[in-house]
Ligand binder design. Structure first.
Ligand code: AMP
Length: 213
């Protein structure tokens, strides 16, 4: 089973992807996580990706498709996977189609988690991250026990560069320009499903489970 999660940055597709993976025992493939791991490890790939990510822009297709292919060719992906944050452009979707076709499979579902821009700006503006263990908090919806401190490892929380207000607005305009056309793309291929992402994560997951059966 190959599932593609679509939606604006901050729509909650990562949370839903994690839940799907736990429920259906599938690996969670997040290109954003792969880039962040490379930034943390100070690799060449990380250095290149960071310059785009900090501005809220997309990492070039060629590089992104290469790391995706690399990741899904690993053994744990043999029975399927959940894609979170990939594809983000039409050329990436075409590269994915080609890659799947050559292995004789097709994507089963493209799930679009829909949230209006105003909600996204509020959600992302309050997001805080632990620079050490990566855990994400929110100043309204997911507070740490002690303000500004990670529950998990005690590190001071920070605002991720790509969660800053001007970056969020840029990411949203990049999303509308480059990623939203994928909704039409997957509608045409007949696998698009839409869920209302403004509900609680539990309710969104109920809707997702109905789709996946
Ligand atoms: P995410 O964690 O999925 O929101 O991704 C964080 C950032 O990583 C994005 O704003 C992009 O700069 C970069 N990124 C992640 N996935 C992709 C992709 N499929 N194509 C291009 N850039 C990506």
């Amino acid at each position: 089973m190959v599932i593609i999660m679509l939606g604006a940055p901050g729509a909650g597709k990562g949370t839903q992807a994690e839940r799907i993976c736990a429920e259906y025992s599938l690996p969670h493939i997040s290109t954003g996580d792969i880039f962040r791991a490379n930034i943390k490890g100070n690799t060449e790939l990380g250095k290149e990706a960071k310059s785009y990510m900090d501005r809220g822009e997309l990492v070039p297709d060629e590089l992104t498709v290469r790391i995706l292919k690399d990741r899904v060719s690993q053994d744990d992906c043999a029975k399927g996977y959940v894609l979170d944050g990939f594809p983000r452009t039409i050329p990436q979707a075409e590269a994915l189609d080609e890659m799947l076709k050559s292995s004789g499979i097709a994507a089963d579902h493209a799930i679009d988690v829909e949230v209006p821009d105003e909600n996204i700006i509020r959600r992302m503006g309050g997001r805080r991250s632990c620079p050490s263990c990566g855990r994400i908090y929110h100043i309204e919806y997911a507070k740490p026990a002690k303000e500004g401190i990670c529950d998990n490892c005690g590190t001071a929380l920070v605002i991720r560069d790509d969660d800053r207000d001007e970056t969020v607005r840029n990411r949203l305009s990049v999303y509308h320009e480059q990623t939203q056309p994928l909704i039409e793309y997957y509608k045409k291929s007949g696998i698009l499903e839409e869920v209302d992402g403004t509900q609680s994560p539990d309710s969104v997951f109920e809707a997702v489970k109905k789709i996946l059966g």
